[in-house]
Design a protein around this ligand. Sequence first.
Ligand code: SF4
Length: 492
Amino acid sequence: MSGTFVGMPAFPKAAHEAVHDTTLRGNLRHATHTIRGKRAKAVAEVSDWAELREAGKRIKDHTLRHLDRYLVQLEESVTAAGGTVHWAADADEANDIVARLVKMTGESEVVKVKSMATQEIGLNEALEAEGIRAYETDLAELIVQLGKDRPSHILVPAIHRNRGEIRDIFEREMSEWGRPAPEGLTDTPAELAEAARLHLREKFLRAKVGISGANFMVAETGTLVVVESEGNGRMCLTLPETLISVVGIEKTVPTWQDLEVFLQTLPRSSTAERMNPYTSTWTGTTDEDGPQNFHLVLLDNGRTDALADEIGRQALRCIRCSACLNVCPVYERAGGHAYGSVYPGPIGAILSPQLRGVTSEIDASLPYASSLCGACYEVCPVAIDIPEVLVHLRERVVEGGQVTANGNKVVLKPAKGHAAERAAMRAARWAFSHPGALRTGQRLASRTRRLHPRTLPGPGKAWSETRDLPTVPAEPFRDWWQRTRGGKDGAK
Ligand code: SF4
């Protein structure tokens, strides 16, 4: 079973520890720089990238605006094609549904396609508690699971591991889970991949139940789509007798034609490929071919609450390409575990506090896990303005205010530990609305500038120790303007 994020410290503490791990930083730097360079090349090949990005944004916004209608259409289409649709309001409900469906088959083992939604709800752990063992089949997920680790990247959950570490994990753990690692295994990629292939093949051939997520769900036909690079997903989607897909409701698109856009932007943004090596689609069930029972669990788990937020809802456009992680200077140094969520990096910093709320210390810290440099916005293939949402969430943390939680309007209290910030903002608001006081304050600041400390005392100490405070000029701008009459007269 892979580890969970429960009990993780808030981002500042977790990141502080992570930045001192030189192996982690080296692994991350190498991986993110390689993929970011490849992505830039793959995107530059497409002459209409800007138009594709805009089209993706519009399709997602339109779908989210009419999500209620498209979800009903999706349910009708899936049911007509022989599938069964289940609605899950939260993680517990989704886990209960899946455990019940697996038990109905009489099986106690399942194979899994890589899926963020099932990680989000802690499905493996919930199934384990019910006596059901879930086997991850994506190579990186397998490494995380065997290493009793936590994922640290959306696309490459074991990005924090190097080849030597992976070889050690395979040698140590594979025999506990099934076929052991081959004798004398080295850390060459081909040998590691072959060890995983042999280990997993046993699972594929034995499994009667497969569990997946989906990258997209097409409302008009009830078709689910999974894109991947390894082919493990396709094995899970075709060999078992029962297939259970757990998918966030925001993965809906209205038509097949809409897929045309995302099947171009997703592979180039995520793995820098022109198209995904494997694109699997399935619609309900088909006689004598593929799974004979298909269940779709539609997961809310905070998504309709996020949808109610006019600024924050754009996070639901995310297609989980992970491009924003690979360019983020904060992610590159802090690593994915520091975010305390299966969604790390810039998208995690805006998605997790919306799905889980900002009342816990860790979620209140996430909107601050950014330098607001804007690189994430530049690369996002659906143009999510992540810096805008980060600032919006920071305001929510500091000021509190009305939000939607579990479908109800509630008023949040300001988070603890931001009293000094709130007082500073209140003082600034007052000063800017009283020009006379502002002028006097500016003059006073100019005249006493030689006495200003370079670091602030008390709670501001840590803040000012990591920043260069600006030097106050000898003369306030207003005085200079008055003296020179705007440069028209006497200014030399
Ligand atoms: S926010 Fe944008 S760049 Fe980041 S994972 Fe989602 S779609 Fe990709």
